[in-house]
Design a protein around this ligand. Sequence first.
Ligand code: AN7
Length: 392
Amino acid sequence: MHPSYTSFLCPHCRLPLSVELTFHRNVDWEAIPGSPGVWRYRSLIPVPDKAEIISLNEGGTPLIRSRKVGDDLGMKELLIKFEGLNPTGSFKDRGMTVGVTLARYLGFKGIMVASTGNTSASAAAYAARASMKCVVVLPKGKVARGKLSQAILHGAVIIEVEGSFDDALKAVINASLESRELYPLNSFNPWRLEGQKTIAYEIYDQLGRVPDAVVVPVGNAGNISAIWKGFKELKEGGVIDALPRMYGVQAEGAAPLAKAWSAGESTLTPVESPETIATAIRIGKPINWVKALKAVKESGGAIVAVSDNEILNAQSALARFEGLGVEPASAAPLAGLRELLKSREIDRDEVTVIIATGHALKDPETAASHESPIFSAKSPSEAVEIIRGLVS
Ligand code: AN7
């Protein structure tokens, strides 16, 4: 087994390692074959040729032009990359297809992940697809119902731990140092990010250009790092000349990176008890914090924090003005965009892409907490009465 597939953290600084591609010549982008999806980019995803790909047709998600929200913000071009349309309903599937493919190729019996929910749903489905065991460690009582239901449905072994995601992640890191039976597939495993970077490739393919700004919700900070890596590879491979600015959005109650950014610090002060309605990003100690700060700094972007109220308003706006049902964490970028336009970080005529990372059905409780006119009728005729009242 090549040691690079099983070394995750730098032995000196304990931070996650990266996978680096070397481009000896330009990538012929026009010659990239196949239909949309993660594996269309197989030539840029360094898994061994002999590995059998474990896939559920992930990726190939639509890049949807805003019809109303962008106009209301006075923007020229706002686009929404709807990652909720992946097989298990979140962007995590892009990384999981690569991670599980590797785990199986390397001969592991199973996989394990800590999760705020989506990683566990994805891991459970892909492990099932590969006939592998799946162990998920979750912060007890803090995982949205849709995600937990998926992990149960797909047959994962579930360990609910007292504490936050950060405690769950500690358990997975420590267990992975002890045993080689289960392949750890959190984003400290850089191979998973090799799948997630395809978001950048797809945006370029769909838009036909590089956007000016990309706005991403940030929890453990793997995705923003992966998307930045994808764009940089396109540049290193001679496909594009320009790069977008990367913007991260955290929830106020779980915003260690936004705090470090606004204070101009290059150290991270973890949030001990993170809290937010956006449970997907309820993370106090993002393991990829160094990569994320680097992405934002190199690209000329920023990291901001938004309140739960702003997140809920953004979720409602996407649902009611665009027809897009996204989970709370995935609405955070729109909430952040409002701030970034106000502070003139992003200009109204810049082509901007927000990454809507997960589907609204992931968190049915929060979806149903929005106000809607609900009437009760004791009989069909009473229902007809109500309808009459509505249209008259
Ligand atoms: C919908 O599932 O961390 O910054 O364990 O589910 O790469 O962590 C989920 C994260 C954004 C943040 N949007 O991505 C997990 C988990 C949604 C998410 C993020 C998550 P990262």
